[in-house]
Design a protein. Structure first.
Ligand code: A2P
Length: 275
């Protein structure tokens, strides 16, 4: 059983530091995967409207052994629903699919700067937060420039910015900006979609601690104070990915992983151009 750690958001709420990423999990399987995760000790589940599995994830959260209130649930607004009224409508549909009357965290999935709608969208999120139906609100894939604009025009700082972040793409400048502004950094594709797990440096560090490379990488995110949501649909790996609270990385490990950073290491889409 894990000894979960938490971060405190800028709205005073607590968020588990390690959770299950539910992208690429089919809706029909999602309830069972959420049950497996909650039984293993997970208390954070991350989905999105675009993942097409809110029904299954919601069912899993509503019917899990720990009970709905024990689980911190995140979902996200898809790009084609940006704008004030569209976002409010999309939120209702997400709640309907989830079968819930509120979510713990609602994120704008991408800034889509070419559409020019994220400030308006954020005003809808502020309304949802005021109603208490999105208990916390944040963004995903926002750049420093997007964050400055959002904060400057609305005066409300996102609680979280969920971004691509893994040892090959470490996002130091954005992390520093978040730290200055009290924004929690949440890492998506924290394992580099599994592609970086054969890196010899990570293998070496993992062996030193008697852990797997995935566990070493998850531990690295935790040491940096990040929220981390590895995706797995496998019960063995779901359990393995949570078994990271009984060791820590030392300064040398952290330096060796810092050296794996690569400015060209992005795997996913680029927020400057994706709309
Ligand atoms: P699977 O779902 O079959 O476990 P990321 O979270 O960075 O997007 O990475 C997800 C990918 O990494 C998935 O393909 C997942 O496969 C794989 N993965 C997740 N946990 C582990 C692990 N502990 N060891 C190896 N691969 C893993």
């Amino acid at each position: 059983m894990s000894d979960q750690t938490f971060v405190t958001l800028n709205d005073g709420r607590r968020m588990p530091q390690l959770g299950l990423g539910a992208w690429a999990i089919a809706s029909e399987e999602a309830a069972a995967v959420v049950h497996t995760a909650v039984d293993a000790g997970y208390r954070l589940v991350d989905t999105a409207a675009i993942y097409g599995n809110e029904r299954g994830v919601g069912e899993g959260v509503r019917t899990c052994s720990a009970g709905r209130e024990a689980v911190f649930l995140t979902t996200k607004l898809w790009n084609d629903r940006q704008g004030y009224d569209a976002a409010l409508g999309a939120f209702e549909r997400s709640l309907d699919r989830l079968g819930l009357d509120c979510v713990d965290l609602y994120l704008i999935h991408w800034p889509a700067p070419s559409r020019g709608l994220y400030v308006e969208t954020w005003r809808a999120f502020m309304e949802l937060a005021a109603q208490g139906r999105a208990r916390s609100i944040g963004v995903s894939n926002f750049t420093i420039e997007d964050l400055r604009r959002l904060i400057g025009e609305t005066g409300v700082t996102p609680a979280v910015n969920q971004i691509e972040l893994h040892p090959r793409f470490q996002q130091k400048a954005l992390r520093d900006f978040h730290a200055e502004h009290g924004i929690v950094t949440e890492s998506w594709s924290p394992l580099g979609q599994g592609k970086l797990l054969d890196d010899p440096v990570l293998g070496d560090i993992a062996r030193k601690h008697g852990k797997t490379p995935a566990q070493a990488v998850i531990r690295w995110h935790l040491e940096l104070g990040l929220v981390v949501i590895p995706k797995s649909a496998s019960p063995v790996r779901i359990a393995q990915n949570l078994d990271v609270f009984d060791f820590s990385l030392d300064a040398e490990d952290m330096e060796r992983i810092a050296a794996l950073d690569d400015a060209g290491g992005r795997i996913g889409l680029d927020p400057l151009t994706f709309a």
